[in-house]
Design a binder for this molecule. Structure first.
Ligand SMILES: Cc1cc2nc3c(=O)[nH]c(=O)nc-3n(C[C@H](O)[C@H](O)[C@H](O)COP(=O)(O)OP(=O)(O)OC[C@H]3O[C@@H](n4cnc5c(N)ncnc54)[C@H](O)[C@@H]3O)c2cc1C
Length: 452
């Protein structure tokens, strides 16, 4: 077992043992007020892609110990790698690093869950009951991501205890995907897309194409029917890429059913029940040998149930879609999946949001109005197997915003290598260190070579 695997398995067992114990991170608080509460100039809730990368930017410009990141997890995962983990191209350990190693060294890591946000008092509450504490902020960045809701499907998550049911969306179930492919003998391999917002809307079908190639390589494809049941009315939201994906689907003999929503899994019968969203109340039972579930997702209660006007009607943080500043609380900003930005929720979007948020919040701290505008840039490397990828990049208007001077809607090996080998390096070495705002500069450099 490699050093990193050992380290991560230790971390996992450690965090399981201490789940109920309320602890602070390894770093000490900078300032304690007379009432026992702590105060920071900048508080960031969440240490995922958004929280970690934005804390790195501010850690370079703000005084030591001016920043607190509230984050309960011991491990930071590069979730985009889970598509490759499910297909056996990377391991789960490859996708994780200890949280302490990715957060900047000169900030305070508050290793706990935020339980309440009170903009009227400029405080974030951590802990519950008698262990409740308040942390005061001058400025707040919310970066808690989006919540997985497997429990909203009847029979889940219990069905994950049975063979063949898997999901690349969770560190708990992603290893079951490769196992389901290895165990596959004969029958339906079913892949789902829920009737909610999701992070990385391409991931539910990336694993479909990987599974197709896995089964072909291993001589099992003739015994398999591949079914993609999606709640959406389209295969992909941007036509430029959807057209190419329809070609992939047709050439690989994959059945696609639009407007089908998974509502129940009956593990003992190996049956998945879907509602036809165009005929509410009409259900279809699909037997499966393998079932890959993309769970329903939604805003966390921390945001959704906030009583001080943090959420919009759908429960996400209500920010200006250009500046990322909260529309009612000017000293509050949000980044990433928790924000109500009308773009695809991805780490690539977080990278582009990062530069805008950093400059706007810095301006605001200096008494100026936020003026930098996020254009909705997002990207989805649509892996179509073990060798190829369509690199979708687009903006708020669903218009392609491509980096390279080639037709990115085509399946390409170069884009696959970019996804598998280059993007993780950019993530760990540049983005989490606060040095990557997305590929905008390269797009400008390559623009003269782009054929229109
Ligand atoms: C299978 C899969 C494939 C993907 N593929 C891609 C891809 O190819 N390209 C791409 O760009 N993106 C991809 N993504 C999406 C990408 O991982 C997310 O969009 C990105 O991580 C969002 O960053 P975030 O900071 O908003 O949320 P996260 O990175 O999820 O971080 C949120 C953090 O907030 C913490 N938190 C939650 N609640 C609280 C609380 N109450 N108090 C304190 N902390 C809290 C969590 O512990 C977590 O660490 C993929 C995701 C998955 C699951």
């Amino acid at each position: 077992m490699s050093y990193r695997k050992l380290l991560l398995s230790d971390i996992h067992s450690l965090s399981r043992r201490s789940e109920s114990v309320w602890t602070w991170g390894t770093r000490k608080f900078s300032s304690t007020r007379s009432n026992g509460n702590r105060h920071y100039k900048l508080v960031i809730i969440g240490g995922g892609s958004g929280g970690c990368s934005i804390s790195a930017k501010f850690a370079k410009t703000m005084g030591s110990k001016s920043i607190a990141v509230i984050e309960p997890s011991d491990v930071h995962y590069y979730q985009p790698m889970w598509t490759l983990v499910g297909g056996g191209m990377k391991s789960l350990a490859d996708s994780g690093r200890p949280m302490s190693s990715v957060l900047p060294s000169n900030i305070d890591w508050v290793k706990d869950k935020a339980t309440e946000i009170k903009p009227s008092k400029q405080t974030v509450v951590i802990g519950t009951g008698s262990s409740k504490q308040e942390i005061q902020y001058d400025y707040l960045v919310i970066a808690v991501g989006i919540q997985l809701q497997y429990e909203k499907i009847k029979g889940l998550p219990e069905a994950f205890n049975s063979a063949g049911v898997c999901s690349n969306y969770s560190s708990l179930y992603v290893n079951k995907t490769l196992q389901a492919l290895k165990d596959f003998k004969k029958g339906n391999a079913v892949f789902t897309f829920p009737n909610t917002p999701v992070k990385c809307a391409g991931a539910p079908q990336k694993i479909l194409y990987i599974a197709d190639q896995y089964l072909r390589k291993n001589g099992k494809r003739d015994n398999a029917k591949l079914i993609y049941n999606t709640s959406l009315g389209v295969l992909f939201g941007v036509k430029h890429y959807a057209d190419s994906l329809w070609n992939v689907v047709k050439s690989r003999d994959i059945s696609v059913n639009l407007r089908r929503n998974l509502v129940e899994v009956i593990a003992k019968d190996k049956a998945a029940i879907f509602e036809d969203l165009d005929n509410p109340g009409k259900f279809e039972t699909v037997p499966y040998e393998m079932l890959h579930v993309t769970p329903p997702m939604g805003a966390y209660d921390l945001i959704k149930s906030n009583s001080e006007d943090i959420p919009d009607a759908a429960g996400f943080v209500d920010v200006n879609k250009g500046t990322l500043q909260h529309v009612r609380h000017p000293n509050v900003f949000a980044i990433g999946d928790c924000a109500n930005l009308p773009t695809a929720k991805t780490a690539a979007a977080v990278a582009a949001e990062n530069g805008v948020l950093f400059r706007n919040l810095t301006n605001f701290m200096n008494g100026k109005e936020p003026e930098f505008i996020y254009d909705g840039y997002t990207s989805c490397p649509l892996v179509t197997g073990y060798e190829k990828c369509i690199l979708a990049e687009f903006d708020y208007n669903g218009q392609p915003l491509e980096t390279f001077p080639i037709d990115q809607s085509k399946e390409r090996r170069s884009m696959f290598l970019m996804k598998k080998d280059v993007m993780p390096e950019i993530y760990w070495k540049l983005m989490l260190k606060g040095n990557w705002n997305g590929p905008g500069t390269f797009r400008k450099l390559f623009a003269p070579f782009k054929k229109t």
